[in-house]
Design a protein around this ligand. Structure first.
Ligand SMILES: NC(=O)c1ccc[n+]([C@@H]2O[C@H](COP(=O)([O-])OP(=O)(O)OC[C@H]3O[C@@H](n4cnc5c(N)ncnc54)[C@H](O)[C@@H]3O)[C@@H](O)[C@H]2O)c1
Length: 385
């Protein structure tokens, strides 16, 4: 399998990472981009990454030469002609994706699998422009692709069993952890993780606690590696807000996914996070981070509310058959570094405790956002009988 040639379209952040992963496991890779400068940059980035690996003793000089020689660069889609699989990672725009997939199909063999790394677009829609749409699939890597173990595999309603099985085996052979997920907005991770940000923002907006205190509660009490505001600053408020807005509109404006004005204003003000040196926190030279209010009762109240919302979302994904319980737990641990899978965590806390928290929120606020998932209710009922 690793002798086959892999095509990657788009030499940006993701395309570059995917090409690196494929070449390091032994594939010949052709990286295609319309922008010559992106190809030159990718090539020089590979050189510095591989050189660093050699310096750290994680790669031999021979391997550096071998892997570097496996990657070729081109500005023409024609270079995909003898590829077994092509993974597209261009701009997140459905018209652009339709255009490139139409063009790719003209040059590849009938057997070639065509994959998209899209984070938010419908695989069914992307595949609709193909003559042989049973070869379309979503293969969704996380950033940075060489380091993040999780890959979501998304068959659409057109995808054949063969395309799914081949793609899953391929990604597993690259040493990645793959999970199969239905072609629905946000797939697993970008859907189930929404309350981590959204509920934290809501708690802040209600004046219950400031950014630093919410982050402290989630890291110290919850055991998350990063608090929600630190993480949003890391991802970028523009990027994180755009994902929330896209999931919200794709779910026909379900209030569970409602974006927050606080994040919108931060994004509009250019307070994007680490990359602009200012987000929820100030990252400029010499600035110090604000101190949290380490009130344990308040911290527990914050954690309990956010974890209940996360677990409710995980239950909703399972209830709607988006993926299996195991896949959802694995995705949150491997894709976003959660300390535990949300179902396992729920069992540990007690499903009745989670349900009570959600019911209390639902009664207090009267908002649909807090409605407990029917599967969660059913489970609690069954456990009590
Ligand atoms: N950045 C992330 O964290 C992340 C994570 C997972 C998935 N994704 C998805 O991966 C895809 C790529 O994202 P990115 O962040 O790498 O983007 P990017 O902007 O870093 O790179 C996109 C590249 O595609 C090239 N390109 C644009 N149109 C093209 C065309 N018609 N033909 C050939 N090349 C073209 C651009 O020149 C650019 O080099 C998107 O669908 C995005 O949603 C991104």
């Amino acid at each position: 399998m690793n002798n086959s040639k892999i095509g990657v379209l788009g030499a940006g952040t993701m395309g570059e990472g995917i090409a690196q992963v494929a070449a390091q496991v032994g594939h010949r890779v052709v990286l295609v981009d319309v922008n010559e400068a992106a190809l030159i940059k990718a090539k020089s980035n590979f050189q510095s990454i591989f050189t660093r690996l050699v310096e750290k003793g994680m790669m031999t000089n021979e391997k550096l030469v071998e892997v570097s020689n496996k990657i070729s660069y081109s500005s023409s889609i024609d270079s995909f002609s003898n590829c077994r699989v092509v993974i597209e990672a261009i701009v997140e725009n459905i018209d652009a994706k339709h255009n490139v997939f139409r063009d790719i199909e003209k040059v590849v063999s009938e057997e070639c699998i065509l994959a998209s790394n899209t984070s938010s677009l419908s695989i069914a829609s992307i595949g609709s422009v193909l003559r042989f749409s049973d070869r379309i699939i979503g293969i969704h890597f996380f950033n940075p692709a060489p380091l993040m173990p999780l890959v979501e595999i998304i068959p659409s309603i057109q995808t054949s069993e063969f395309t799914l099985n081949f793609s899953k085996s391929l990604i597993d052979s690259w040493g990645k952890t793959s999970v199969v997920v239905k072609d629905t907005p946000g797939f697993i991770v970008n859907r189930v993780a929404r309350p981590f940000y959204g509920e934290a923002l809501r708690i802040y907006e209600e004046g219950i606690a400031d950014f630093a205190t919410i982050d402290w509660a989630m890291t110290e009490i919850g055991g998350f590696k990063m608090g929600p505001f630190t993480l949003m600053d890391y991802i970028g408020n523009d990027v994180n807000y755009a994902v929330t807005e896209s999931v919200f509109s794709s779910f026909y404006f379900d209030p569970r996914f409602k974006p927050s004005f606080t994040q919108k204003r931060h994004s509009e003000a250019g307070y994007l996070g680490r990359k602009s040196k200012r987000g929820y926190y100030d990252y400029s030279e010499g600035a110090s981070l604000p101190l949290p209010n380490k009130d344990i009762v308040l911290g527990k109240q914050i954690f309990d509310r956010i974890i209940a919302m996360l677990i409710n979302e995980a239950y909703d994904a399972l209830f709607m058959n988006i993926a299996t319980r195991e896949a959802i737990d694995l995705a949150m641990v491997k894709g976003v570094n959660y300390p535990k899978g949300l179902f396992d965590w729920a069992d540990e806390i007690g499903l009745d405790v989670i349900l009570l928290k959600l019911e209390n929120l639902f009664h207090e606020y009267g908002e649909d956002r807090y409605r407990p998932n029917p599967l969660l209710r059913r489970k609690v009922k069954n456990l009590a009988n």
